[in-house]
Design a protein around this ligand. Structure first.
Ligand SMILES: CC(C)(COP(=O)(O)OP(=O)(O)OC[C@H]1O[C@@H](n2cnc3c(N)ncnc32)[C@H](O)[C@@H]1OP(=O)(O)O)[C@@H](O)C(=O)NCCC(=O)NCCS
Length: 143
């Protein structure tokens, strides 16, 4: 298994995982939003990046990252918005490798923070606790 930037040719494989991710969150997105997101993830003018975990050429997971300015720091932050691994291949370190790849990417860019949010009861927190500290902040949303 290795991690690399998501290959723009792998839209079909990504779509299957993306559908699984939306299902995990019991969510649906209009196709035009999914298309927009896919295109932005591959647009060099957009501050959005996608990493893919590949096993024998097959896409088995992804991490999507957004770069942000900050009023509190010089180089800004990376927001890890989406993380997903094929349910059949979980527990083998793929999620860990994706997080580490995001950390390496952030270090290369000398970013000041990598952060993400998750639901309080997500079992993935056991994984996250190995790599980061829970901030104590509570997220509020208008919509
Ligand atoms: C979170 C996720 C990406 C982890 O991928 P992974 O390849 O299984 O991660 P790893 O193999 O590196 O780490 C597994 C660890 O994560 C924890 N974990 C994460 N999700 C888990 C789950 N659903 N059930 C049990 N443990 C889970 C365990 O502590 C496990 O550690 P262990 O093997 O020492 O028990 C994957 O479970 C997933 O896609 N979950 C659904 C989507 C999701 O929750 N995304 C994150 C949204 S914030």
């Amino acid at each position: 298994m290795h991690i690399q930037f998501l290959n723009p040719d792998d839209r079909n494989q990504w779509q299957i995982l993306w559908n699984g991710y939306l299902e995990f969150y019991k969510s649906e997105l209009p196709d035009d939003i999914t298309n927009l997101t896919w295109n932005r993830l591959h647009d060099p003018l957009e501050p959005m990046y996608a990493f893919g975990a590949y096993e024998n050429g097959k896409l088995i997971g992804f991490a999507h990252v957004l770069l942000q300015r900050s009023t509190w720091a010089k180089n800004g932050y990376a927001y890890l918005e989406d993380l997903f691994v094929d349910p059949n291949i979980r527990g083998k370190g793929t999620g860990s490798e994706l997080i580490k790849a995001v950390y390496d990417f952030a270090d290369e860019k000398q970013l000041d923070r990598v952060y993400w949010a998750t639901q309080a009861d997500n079992p993935a927190r056991r994984l996250y606790d190995k790599y980061a500290n829970e901030s104590g902040f509570v997220q509020y949303r208008r919509k």
